[in-house]
Structure formats: structure tokens, C-alpha cells
Design a protein around this ligand. Structure first.
Ligand SMILES: Nc1nc2c(ncn2[C@@H]2O[C@H](COP(=O)(O)OP(=O)(O)OP(=O)(O)O)[C@@H](O)[C@H]2O)c(=O)[nH]1
Ligand SMILES: [Mg+2]
Length: 576
């Protein structure tokens, strides 16, 4: 062990590291990753375990024989057929014992000096016909401190072993060394070639300066210690342990694995966070769009109202002239109040006709104007709906999937977006859209009925215009009849004209006020109705914020603590 490292410091690193792992374990629970949670729990237990020296490789490569020869004991069963079916951990013990820990793990105690500093683990082979053997070995990898990859010396080009190496190296960043076993079965030149080739392949896999040993368990057992290759292996182990110290090696190994877990989580959390940021932006965009379009629709309604008022002026001016002209022609008959005109009509008939004319003119020309304005209004809503559908498509396409993080609302994201998108797209041709506000009186505006949702919205507005209009005309004329009653018509003539004209002018103000109030309130309802469809997405994004942001914070805190611990471990402890 490095002279300036005192045990006290190692103890502190260990507890710091355990603290980081403790928080990571809690985060794993938060993201519903049971597998990761278990891995971390094992890793924490592993810190207190003796140095774990794990032997892996393809079935029948000679792993168990290697372990037996190394420990100079016939402890692991060997055979010509797939043999090792559980993980066998061999630990130091004064008295030999064998004890099953669980279905997959057996502990064997042996009074062997080398076991005082390390514990050796024999594993089931990869690429075996027994399905779960490979998995058992894979699951044990996170706990290992040093991994011996055993290859059959004659053929180290076996796919499953190299795939396992990828797993060990990339996913867990474990320290590995290589062994070409059963070397006695290989000609020296063939062995030299395979050794060199193995080195090259390992370098290709990103392992710097790989250690490759050639061993023969057969020769070792038969006492040919000079040629068995085991002396070199033992020497390497002793050297490694002397240089590093098992505790130090273990801490560094655990730190590397912890770092790896943090990297994994960082990647997934980052992409989920990015997704959330984009979702938030889209929600803001949708809200802004609705607001902006509503304002635009408001302007359109204002301009529609102004055009209607201008037309109202034109028409009522004509009506006023007509009224004045007609009234100047009246004759008083027999002192009664019956008024005769050129056409000898009675006052009520004449008034009815005038009212009717006025109604028809207003209805026709105002109808044209409002239809025109509504076309504008409707196409505005239509464009809005289409662009909202497109915004939702953007959300849908920008979807990340992660292996590590499971959050229930995250799972239903696509479903929610899809549903909202369909609803909004449906508004484009749903006849019942705005049903609740559809106060359309079929007799008033039959020509507007039917058609798409946006048309229905337009219909409601057109109908409203007419309803207000008819009411206005009705009121304007209602007063006039009364003016004719009582008194002398000659004296009243100017007063009648003035009052009728005043009435039409007053009604204009009411026309404007009422139309504006009613149309704007309809506008509110229309936009509320549209926005209602988006509430599920608003809620979803809010819920995600509440779930993801604390996770990100928690992770950042862990990351920061971990980096401090890693820096200390790497600065103070010698590299291994
Ligand atoms: N000639 C020779 N045969 C060996 C050597 N090592 C192992 N064998 C034989 O190879 C066969 C497999 O050896 P094991 O040690 O059981 O191999 P394993 O990798 O543990 O096999 P599994 O546990 O089934 O994956 C046995 O028949 C051994 O006798 C060796 O160095 N030389
Ligand atoms: Mg075996």
C-alpha cells in the first residue's frame, strides 16, 4: 500500500463512496429501476467483501481447472461437459467448508494463504446450451474487482467471450486480464500467435496494455511447474496486490463502477430533461398562439362590427329620407288620425311596410357583410387549428425512450399527445364543435347551418348579428306607432320625424354595444373550447416538471458529491 495512505483515510473514502451509493440507490428507487437498485445494493455490500477475483470465459475453456491449479486444490468440479452451474466463491477459512448461499451462489472455505487477501470466484461458462448460466455470470460482474478472462488457448476467437468482455469493459469498466488456458494442447508457435492476436483484439476493445497469460492446468497438476505458466500468474497477482493493496483496488473499482452508473443515469436524465424542455416550449407556444389568435379574431370582429355600423348608417339614412318624404305626403282625413298617402294606405300598413323594407335591406346587406367577415374569422380559426395540430406533431416526433428511467406519466406521454392531436384535428371537421355555445336559431340563420366546426362558430356569430339586428329594428319601429297616437299630426309631424330619427340613432349605439358584447363573449367561449382540448397536455407537462426536475436536482447533487470523492480517491490513491 502507498505509504502516505493510512487506513483511516481509506475508511473515510469507503464511507464517502457508500454515501454516494446510498443516494444513488434512492434515486434508482425513484426512477423505478429495480435492477439498478439491486446492483447498487450489491455494490455497497461488495465494498465490505474481500477482494473479488473472478474467472470468466466460454464453457469448457478450462476455468474451473485454472482455479484449482491456481489454488493448488481440487476444489472446483471439472468435466468434459458443461459443468459449473453456480458461482463458486472460494474464501479463506481455517477449516474447509462448503455452503450454498442461494440458488446461484456457493461459498467454499479453504485454508489457503493467497485467499487471505483475495477471494477467487469460479463462474459458469458463456455460450452454453444451459440458458441461464451466462446470465448468472453476467449478474455477478458488478461485484468483481479483477476479472480473469479465460480462453481456450487453441481458439481464443469465440464470440460470446468477447461480447462478455464488452459488457465487463464498457458497462462496468472492470479491470481485466487474459488467460490462454490448456496451453499444453497448443504448439508453441500457435500459442505465440494467439497470444499476440489476443493482445491486438483487446487493444481494439480499448484495453490499454492488456496482460495475457498462457497456462496449463494439466502441467501444473502434473508437477511441471516450470512450463505450467502459473508461477507468472501468481507473481502478477502478488505484485498487483502489493502495489495497490486490495482495499484500495476495491475502492477504485467500486468508484469506477459508480462513475459508470452515474454516466448511464446522466445520459437518460439529460435526454428526458431535454424532452421536457421542448415540451414546455411547445406548451408555451400553444398558449401564446391561442392568445395571439384570439386577439386577432377580436380585431376581425371589431372590423366586422365597424363595417356593419357603416352599413347601418347608410341604410338608416335612406330609411329616414323615405320616412320624411312619406310623412310629408300625408293628409288628415275627417279630423281623425288616419293618415292617407298617395297609395291610400293606413298608418299601420305603411309603417309595417317601411319596417319590412328596412328589415330586408339591413338583413341582406348586413348579412353579406357578416358572411364575408365570418369567412375571414373562420379561416383564421381553421389555420390556427391546423398549426396547433402541427405543433403536437412536433411533440410526438420528439420522443425519447430510456432504459433506466420509468415514470408512469412519462410512459403515457405518446398516448396523451396522440389523443389531444386527434381531438384538435377533429375540431377541424367536427360538426358539433362549440355545440354548447351554438345558440343558432335555425329560422334566423338557416343559410349558415351545417359545415365544419369553424363554420359552426361562424354561424353562431352570424346568427347573433341577425338576432341583435332584428331586435334593434323592432325596437326602433315600435316607438314610432305610438308617436302617431293623440294630438294634431301637423304639429307632431316634425316631432315624429325627429323622434324616429333619434330612435334609429340611439339604436345604432345599442346595436354596437350589444353586438360587441355578445360577439366578444362568444369569442371567449370559442377559444376556451379550443384550449380545453389542450388541458391534458398542460397537465402532463406540469406533472413532468414536478417529477423530473427534483430528480435532476437530486442527480446533480449526487454527481457533485461523487466527483469530489472520485477526485480524492484518484489523487490520493495510486493508480492501479
Ligand atoms: N489438456 C488440458 N485439459 C484441460 C486443461 N484444463 C482443463 N482441461 C480439461 O478441459 C475440460 C473442461 O475443463 P473445466 O475446468 O471443467 O472447464 P470450465 O471452463 O470450468 O467448464 P464449465 O464450467 O463447464 O464452463 C475438462 O475435461 C478438463 O480436464 C488443461 O490445461 N490442459
Ligand atoms: Mg467450470
Amino acid at each position: 500500500m502507498n505509504s502516505f495512505i493510512i487506513d483511516q483515510e481509506l475508511v473515510k473514502y469507503q464511507s464517502d463512496l457508500d454515501n454516494v451509493l446510498n443516494h444513488l440507490q434512492s434515486l434508482a428507487t425513484d426512477i423505478n429501476n429495480q435492477q439498478l437498485e439491486l446492483t447498487i445494493r450489491n455494490l455497497r455490500l461488495n465494498i465490505n467483501e474481500p477482494f473479488l477475483f473472478v474467472v470468466v470465459g466460454e464453457v469448457k475453456a478450462g476455468k474451473s481447472s485454472f482455479v484449482n491449479a491456481l489454488l493448488q486444490a481440487d476444489i472446483c468440479k471439472t468435466a468434459a461437459d458443461p459443468c459449473t452451474d453456480v458461482i463458486q466463491q472460494i474464501i479463506y477459512s481455517e477449516n474447509q467448508f462448503e455452503q450454498p448461499v442461494n440458488q446461484y451462489l456457493r461459498k467454499i472455505g479453504l485454508p489457503n494463504e493467497i485467499l487471505k487477501t483475495l477471494s477467487v470466484v469460479d463462474t459458469p461458462g458463456t455460450n452454453t446450451i444451459v440458458a441461464n448460466h451466462q446470465e448468472i455470470t453476467k449478474d455477478f460482474i458488478p461485484n468483481s474487482d479483477l476479472i480473469f478472462f479465460v480462453f481456450f488457448a487453441k481458439n481464443p476467437y469465440t464470440r460470446s467471450a468477447w461480447e462478455l468482455l464488452d459488457y465487463v469493459n464498457n458497462e462496468w469498466r472492470k479491470k481485466v486480464v487474459f488467460v490462454l488456458q490448456q496451453a499444453d494442447l497448443t504448439k508453441p508457435e500457435e500459442l505465440a500467435k494467439n497470444k499476440e492476436k489476443l493482445r491486438e483484439l483487446a487493444i481494439e476493445k480499448g484495453i490499454q496494455d492488456p496482460m495475457v497469460f498462457a497456462t496449463s492446468a494439466e502441467l501444473e497438476v502434473n508437477g511441471d511447474l516450470d512450463h505450467s505458466g502459473f508461477a507468472t500468474v501468481r507473481n502478477y497477482i502478488q505484485q498487483t496486490l502489493k502495489d495497490g493493496g486490495t482495499k484500495q483496488l476495491k475502492l477504485q473499482g467500486v468508484a469506477k463502477t459508480t462513475d459508470q452508473i452515474i454516466d448511464l443515469l446522466r445520459k437518460d436524465l439529460f435526454s428526458i430533461q431535454q424532452q421536457l424542455i421542448k415540451d414546455q416550449a411547445t406548451v408555451r407556444k400553444i398558449k401564446a398562439k391561442l392568445q395571439q389568435n384570439k386577439r386577432q379574431s377580436g380585431f376581425e370582429l371589431e372590423s366586422l362590427i365597424n363595417r356593419l355600423l357603416a352599413k347601418y348608417d347608410t341604410i338608416t339614412t335612406r330609411v329616414k329620407e323615405d320616412f320624411r318624404e312619406q310623412l310629408s305626403l300625408f293628409t288628415l282625413v275627417k279630423g281623425s288620425f288616419a293618415v292617407l298617402f298617395r297609395t291610400s294606405k293606413s298608418v299601420p300598413t305603411w309603417m309595417d311596410e317601411l319596417k319590412h323594407n328596412c328589415e330586408v335591406q339591413l338583413k341582406t346587406s348586413l348579412g353579406e357583410i357578416s358572411q364575408d367577415g365570418i369567412k375571414h374569422f373562420v379561416s383564421g380559426i381553421r389555420t390556427l387549428l391546423q398549426s396547433l395540430v402541427d405543433d403536437l406533431q412536433d411533440i410526438k416526433v420528439n420522443h425519447v425512450t430510456t432504459n433506466t428511467i420509468t415514470i408512469d406519466t412519462l410512459e403515457s406521454r405518446q398516448e396523451i399527445v396522440e389523443e389531444v392531436q386527434q381531438k384538435v384535428a377533429g375540431l377541424l371537421d367536427d360538426k358539433t364543435f362549440l355545440h354548447s355555445i351554438e345558440s343558432v336559431n335555425a329560422s334566423v340563420a338557416p343559410r349558415f347551418l351545417g359545415g365544419s366546426a369553424a363554420t359552426v362558430a361562424g354561424t353562431a356569430i352570424a346568427a347573433l348579428t341577425e338576432i341583435v339586428l332584428l331586435d334593434i329594428i323592432g325596437t326602433a319601429f315600435a316607438g314610432v306607432g305610438i308617436l302617431f297616437a293623440g294630438g294634431t299630426l301637423i304639429l307632431k309631424k316634425r316631432k315624429i320625424i325627429r323622434q324616429f330619427e333619434d330612435k334609429l340613432d340611439q339604436e345604432k349605439a345599442r346595436f354596437e354595444a350589444e353586438l360587441s358584447a355578445k360577439l366578444h363573449s362568444k369569442l371567449d367561449i370559442i377559444y376556451e373550447e379550443i384550449e380545453r382540448n389542450f388541458l391534458n397536455i398542460y397537465d402532463y407537462v406540469e406533472e413532468q416538471e414536478q417529477k423530473i426536475l427534483p430528480l435532476v436536482d437530486k442527480f446533480k447533487q449526487i454527481e457533485q458529491n461523487a466527483n469530489q470523492v472520485f477526485t480524492l480517491v484518484n489523487a490520493d490513491l495510486k493508480p492501479v
